[in-house]
Design a protein around this ligand. Structure first.
Ligand code: MN3
Length: 210
């Protein structure tokens, strides 16, 4: 059975940038709903139950056709949100340091250039989706996915940072003002976690090369 992970902070921890009510509904109802529907989809398929959500998403062709869309949407939703909660923290924001700062500078020229490009990608998504910073062959790239898709579904790029731009992520406080939400979100980014994700992605990539 797939399980809703513990939220690593209180609902109001990200105030005033992300409000407590949004966090409560987003985590409990939306993410909770993806987990519930994912479990329902894999229930008749014991082979799928033994796989991790990442294993499901990286090879959707192994999923029987009649539940593939449900696994894609709800497995994606489960995976994306599990990543997303950890990418934020109370007192986050500022700038990345260490190897992550170096990787961002060498891939985008500067942190500000990265921030502006990532923000443009987030604002350019029509309807619901995600903006991602991904590790790809030793470099960092920005991409976006629609709905609850994840870069892992499309190839080898591993997401290390992601921003949920579904309206459910911001509508209560920001209504239709996605630019204000995106701008505010930088204040809660947990750069230590992003760096940890980068190191993890790098380790996996060198294991494959070996
Ligand atoms: Mn969401």
């Amino acid at each position: 059975m797939f399980q809703l992970p513990q939220l690593p902070y209180a609902y109001d921890a990200l105030e005033p940038y992300i409000d407590a009510k949004t966090m409560e509904i987003h985590y409990g109802k939306h993410h909770g709903g993806y987990v519930e529907k994912l479990n329902k989809a894999v229930e008749p398929h014991s082979k799928l139950q033994s796989l991790s959500v990442e294993e499901l998403l990286t090879d959707l062709n192994q999923v029987p056709a009649e539940v593939r869309t449900a696994v894609r949407n709800n497995g994606g939703g489960h995976f994306n949100h599990s990543l997303f909660w950890k990418l934020m923290k109370k007192g986050g924001g500022g700038k990345p340091a260490g190897g992550l700062a170096t990787a961002i500078e060498s891939s985008f020229g500067s942190f500000d250039a990265f921030k502006s490009s990532f923000g443009q990608t987030a604002l350019g998504i029509f309807g619901s989706g995600w903006a991602w910073l991904c590790y790809a062959d030793g470099k960092l790239v920005i991409e976006s996915t629609p709905n609850q898709d994840n870069p892992l579904m499309n190839g080898k790029n591993r997401p290390i940072l992601g921003l949920d731009v579904w309206e459910h992520a911001y509508y209560l406080r920001y209504q239709n003002r996605r630019p204000e939400y995106v701008e505010a979100w930088w204040n809660v980014v947990n750069w230590n976690q992003v760096e940890e994700n980068l190191n993890q992605a790098d380790k996996l990539a060198s294991a494959v090369r070996r």
